[in-house]
Design a protein around this ligand. Structure first.
Ligand code: FAD
Length: 620
């Protein structure tokens, strides 16, 4: 077994065997890279994750963040790794060298990111949000703003945040009350309170750059009237040195369930009427601009689901191989039977298999979204580019919501595998569960992601993105129907995908007939079903590759009996891995994808009990 965070063999399988990154290296955009380079980068990232970041997980959780006399402190153990992380250029390896990046393909960058996120997500949020803020300025800022703010964020000298939420404006961002008043020099006076701001204040760096959503006085209500401003914690002089404090004060930090090492702050802007902000981009384009950061953050939060789920799974397997408890069921009549390690008990084994298949599935889903970014960048035509971008648009809410919902269930099952010990702080799985839950809530709750999926994404490009997905799934089915080991799984996926696409038609027909509630009422369920289908497809695609490789190994060694084949799997890590990929796909198809059709039928039955019941009927 490798490390206790991420299955690096699966990472490499996805990158080089399933997605075939070599074709990305062959492009002009990424031509400087080779497989060896990427393997070396992954190995460095693994080293940093395991030896520098993971050791801060428990300590950071226990120490947490504190506020005293308005000053926020973060766990002391974060300081050294944060410095190291920034110095090594891990803030923006995927960006262009023009802004200090390494131009690393996103597919590889996401694999790097999974390693760090699995090690300690509360820690990774500081550089992660910094990247998002700096990248906003890179795309929408003017040259002066880039020089003044962006460069120092990309280098990690300062950090960044994203400031959307207010006490009365959570899911409904358009309800925000923060205002911006024009000043004669073209800048703005910002006044308002933002709450729940991650990394909103801390003692890691001397300055923090806040992209803040606010409404310029006189601009219309709702999202259309929102602009975005760069608001530094400390003002920056023309020569780049730090000036006066900018009247941005932390009013308090939240005491919360998980991610204790990350300071979740209430920020008061302009309590003394002295908070200066600079407009970023055009006036009233705030939501459009912030969406760039939100999309990046949604995929990042999806990665939180993948990565913490992965760490929980890796730990659970290791524990199940060591913990000795109970005699095996097949020895029930033997009074002298010896207790075995719990991985031998069918229920524990099945739980591990559920975790394994989902963990590999959501990893494939997240990496595929990164692959779409790379493929759109190297596309040979506008139409091809639009298809890859369309995939990414369609998949973003699924990566965010499906990966975090399933990641959380993986953590919960990991705790079950540990039994009572899992519930106690001595072992890390209870922290994984606590750190994971927030991923379902922030960056737009998973309920809001589902609304985005059914309300916007399904119909985008007149349904072309969904049709492309249907075509991709059909290709996998056609290929796997001819593979004896996977033919049944392919038939299951075919039935599920037909049912899934029928629901999309049902929603369209319901909408046309004036029933707008049907898609919205079923949005979460449908996102999950669609996710099951897409993940099923990715797992099956991987299994087909694994099956070919495994059979080639058997053939080369002349192994024909089941016993000899199993023997090879026990001795050879590659054979065991490929057998595991096939098992994941078959298990997922049988446990999850077989149920898709029935769940689709339930949606089409168009029951609306929850809507029909009066409020008073919910409880006494
Ligand atoms: C630890 C933490 C860190 C955070 N970090 C940041 C940050 O860095 N920056 C930032 O700006 N914000 C941040 N947030 C805020 C977070 O994004 C919001 O909490 C989240 O968007 C939900 O808003 P809310 O809490 O006001 O819930 P509400 O909007 O009140 O939602 C409550 C429930 O109602 C549902 N709901 C609301 N509207 C609808 C609708 N139209 N249809 C269906 N269901 C609906 C929601 O899905 C949810 O289930 C953070 C929050 C936490 C807890």
């Amino acid at each position: 077994m490798g490390n206790l965070l991420v299955n690096t063999k699966d990472q490499q399988f996805l990158l080089f065997e399933q997605f075939g990154m070599e074709k990305i290296f062959a492009s002009e955009a990424y031509g400087g890279y080779s497989k060896d380079d990427v393997l070396m980068i992954l190995s460095e990232a693994e080293k940093m994750a395991v030896t520098s970041i993971f050791p801060t997980l428990k300590e950071g959780d226990e120490e947490g963040c504190h506020i005293k006399d308005g000053k926020v402190t973060v766990p002391k153990c974060f300081r050294e790794p944060f410095k190291k992380y920034c110095e090594a250029g891990w803030i923006n390896p995927m960006d262009s060298p023009d802004v200090g990046g390494q131009g690393l393909p996103h597919t590889a960058g996401y694999a790097v990111s999974e390693l760090f996120c699995a090690a300690n997500y509360a820690f990774v949020m500081y550089p992660g949000l910094t990247h998002g803020a700096a990248n906003l300025i890179n795309v929408y800022g003017n040259e002066e703003q880039k020089k003044k703010y962006m460069e120092k964020c990309f280098s990690g000298e300062w950090t960044g945040t994203m400031c959307l939420t207010e006490p009365g404006a959570g899911s409904d961002v358009g309800a925000l009350k923060t205002t911006a008043k024009r000043l004669p020099d073209g800048k703005f006076l910002i006044t308002g309170t933002k709450c729940f701001i991650s990394a909103g204040d801390h003692d890691l760096t001397p300055n923090i750059i806040h992209p803040v959503l606010a409404r310029i006085e006189g601009d219309p209500a709702g999202t259309k009237g929102i602009s975005i401003f760069i608001v530094p914690k400390v003002r920056v002089n023309d020569d780049g040195s730090l000036g006066e404090p900018n009247d941005v004060n932390c009013g308090g930090i939240e005491h919360k369930m998980g991610i204790h090492g990350n300071a979740t702050c209430t920020l008061n802007f302009g309590e003394d009427g002295k908070c200066i902000g600079e407009l970023l981009g055009e006036e009233r384009s705030g939501i459009k601009i912030m969406f760039q950061m939100m999309n990046e953050a949604r995929l990042g939060v999806g990665m939180q689901g993948v990565a913490i789920g992965s760490a929980a799974f890796q730990h659970a397997v290791a524990y199940a191989k060591e913990r000795v408890q109970s005699t095996p069921v097949w020895e029930m009549k033997n009074p002298n039977a010896k207790a075995v390690t719990i991985i031998n008990h069918p229920d524990v084994r099945k739980k591990l298999m559920w975790m394994k298949s989902h963990s590999e599935g959501i990893r494939a889903l997240a990496y595929f979204s990164a692959y779409c970014m790379d493929m759109s960048k190297i596309a040979g035509s506008e139409a091809e580019k639009a298809n890859w971008e369309g995939y990414l648009e369609l998949l973003t809410p699924i990566v965010k919501a499906y990966s975090t919902d399933k990641g959380l269930l993986i953590c919960s099952l990991a705790m079950d595998v540990y039994g009572g010990y899992g519930y106690c702080a001595e072992y890390p799985v209870e922290q994984f569960l606590r750190d994971e839950k927030i991923a379902c809530i922030y960056e737009g709750t998973n309920g809001i992601q589902a609304l985005d999926f059914v309300g916007r994404k399904l119909g985008q490009r007149k349904g072309a993105n969904v049709m492309n997905m249907a075509g991709t799934v059909q290709k996998t089915i056609a290929k796997c129907k001819n593979i004896p080991e996977l033919a049944k799984a392919a038939a299951t996926l075919e039935e599920a995908s037909n049912a899934c696409f029928e629901v999309a038609m049902f929603f369209a027909a319901a909408g046309k007939g004036g029933d707008f509630i049907a898609p919205i009422y079923n949005a979460c369920k449908y996102l999950e079903l669609f996710g099951d289908m897409v993940v099923g497809n990715l797992l099956l695609e991987g299994a087909a590759i694994a099956d070919e490789k495994l059979n080639a190994m058997y053939e080369e060694k002349g192994l024909t009996t089941i016993g000899k084949k199993k023997g090879l799997q026990r001795e050879d890590a590659d054979a065991a891995f490929y057998a595991g990929k096939i098992a994941s796909a078959k298990f997922f198809m049988n446990e999850i994808v077989t149920t898709v059709k029935a769940r689709c039928e339930a949606i089409k039955a168009n029951d609306k009990s929850a809507m029909e019941l009066v409020d008073a009927g919910f409880t006494f």
